[in-house]
Design a protein around this ligand. Structure first.
Ligand code: MG
Length: 256
């Protein structure tokens, strides 16, 4: 069921989104060769605590998982696509790309946001994929015009990415409704046909999050039960914003 947020809820989501964007930007700024994924997670947790908010992923038991997610931040390096569990053993190296995905609960309402960051200097191929993934997210967001449907978002992302080069578009994960819970209806795939799927209605809040790879679109689960990696070991990038549907289009909530 798609939940239309009340004006009071939207106010809290706006504030939560700003806080989340601030924490994630500060965390991303710490990324340098030699830092561990665990250090990034500890920093993000501390910042969220200082604000009096709650990390959304810590202790979250995703459907079909044996264990609850043990961290606040998802840190997915290179071939890891999403849901990388941050550990002290994961040390970032020059040339790596790292997706940082974070959710918070502010006054009972959830927002969700991710960026992929370069560690030092990247190969041209990786740097371009980062730009294309980020732009794909914005193309998806810009497809939200009055009367648009979920399929218009996927279509905008897919058609832009196909034009840019040979990237895999991960299909088994997608954007989603967000707000009263971290994952709500509708499912917002990163591919699709124009004018199909649920209608986007003012007051809906959705996360748009394309995931691209330099190879396959297929992903496999790592041994920790959470980390999703590309099946062929190719590098992946991921960007995500939480977006409010408005009368005239959209408002990005996870921006400062
Ligand atoms: Mg998400």
């Amino acid at each position: 069921m798609i939940i239309i947020k009340t004006p009071a809820e939207i106010e809290k989501l706006r504030e939560g989104g700003k806080r989340l964007a601030t924490v994630l930007a500060k965390t991303a700024a710490l990324v340098v060769p030699g830092i561990s994924a665990l250090e990034l997670d500890m920093f993000a947790q501390e910042e969220i605590k200082k604000l009096g908010d709650t990390p959304a992923f810590l202790g979250y038991k995703a459907p079909g998982h044996r264990i609850a997610y043990p961290a606040a931040l998802c840190v997915s390096v290179n071939a890891e696509v999403v849901h990388g569990i941050p550990t002290a053993k994961t040390i970032l190296k020059e040339g790596d790309i790292v997706s940082l995905d974070l959710g918070i609960k502010h006054e009972g309402l959830f927002t969700d946001h991710a960026v992929t960051v370069a560690v030092g200097t990247l190969s041209k191929e990786r740097a371009t994929m980062l730009q294309v993934t980020r732009e794909a997210m914005y193309r998806g967001i810009q497809a939200i015009v009055p009367g648009a449907r979920v399929g218009d978002i996927g279509h905008a992302i897919e058609s832009y990415v196909k034009k840019e080069g040979k990237y895999g578009i991960v299909r088994s994960f997608a954007g989603h409704g967000v707000g009263r819970a971290i994952h709500e209806d509708p499912f917002v795939p990163n591919f699709g046909r124009k004018n199909t799927g649920e209608k986007l209605v003012p007051g809906m809040v959705i996360a748009i999050e394309p995931m691209l790879t330099l190879g396959t679109e297929d992903v496999i689960e790592g041994r920790d039960g959470y980390t999703m990696k590309t099946e062929d070991g190719s590098a992946a990038a991921h960007f995500e914003h939480t977006v409010l549907i408005t009368e005239t289009g959209y408002e990005i909530l996870t921006e400062v």
